[in-house]
Design a protein around this ligand. Structure first.
Ligand code: PGA
Length: 233
């Protein structure tokens, strides 16, 4: 069974207290999601807490970033080795990291390789086919194992999503560029009232949800809206 992924990206939001309240509110509802695989990506500070609070559920954990380096004298960094066993997924190359932290295509590819080395599935964010082409040049072996997320910047945090048809078309083109059958997710203003439209596109393997994941009730509503019709592809 290949269930679509619904990935909550909290970005730089939530204190430990807020994260724990979120999980307490959402836990039962999220456990009832049968048609999708739910992944929660808190800040690194909140990861161990959310890990223990979600223990015993089918909800998976993801990180929002990892270091390009192995352990050593790199003040402030969290390595892939530290994240191994704690997270199943990691978001890499989000447009906010590219824009605010200067992450280049080569860095994105190197972080992807680090994730794979420590058995963490990379969710590589791209906004254009050009970025996929560049990733392909630098990624080498990692190309075979990365999951992609098509995230057009105009749709991120704006309430103006791309159309499900466009997103599906991009997913097909991404697969052509990398020349393999890989999961491609869509991200950008996914909400409770449009999530099913995206998930019903046969070419889309899931969604990345920012704003609508912050409120636990909103996010649970989004997830449970997928329970009404079978989603397994
Ligand atoms: P959004 O963010 O859902 O608030 O548009 C998505 C993302 O950037 O991951």
């Amino acid at each position: 069974m290949n269930k679509p992924l619904i990935v909550a990206n909290w970005k730089a939001n939530k204190t430990i207290k807020e994260a724990s309240e979120w999980v307490r509110t959402a836990r039962t509802n999220l456990e009832e999601a049968t048609e999708v695989e739910v992944v929660v990506c808190p800040s690194h500070v909140c990861l161990p807490l959310v890990f223990s609070l979600l223990g015993g559920t089918s909800v998976k954990l993801g990180a929002q970033n990892l270091s390009i380096y192995e352990k050593g004298a790199y003040t402030g960094e969290d390595t892939a080795e530290m994240l191994e066993g704690l997270v199943t997924y990691v978001i890499i190359g989000h447009s906010e990291r590219r824009r605010f932290f200067g992450e280049m295509d080569q860095t994105v590819a190197e972080k992807t390789a680090k994730a794979l080395k420590y058995k963490i599935t990379p969710l590589v964010c791209v906004e254009s086919l050009e970025q996929v082409e560049k990733f392909k040049i630098f990624a080498k072996d990692s190309l075979d194992k990365a999951i992609f997320v098509y995230e057009p910047t105009f749709a991120i945090g704006t309430g103006q999503p791309d159309t499900p048809e466009n997103a599906a078309e991009m997913a097909r083109k991404i697969r052509q560029v990398v020349d393999r059958e890989t999961k491609v997710l869509y991200g950008g203003s996914v909400a409770r009232d449009n999530v099913v439209d995206f998930l019903f596109q046969a070419d889309l393997g899931g969604v990345l949800v920012g704003t609508a994941s912050l409120d636990p009730q909103e996010f649970c509503g989004l997830v449970s809206s997928t329970n009404y019709r079978p989603m397994v592809k």
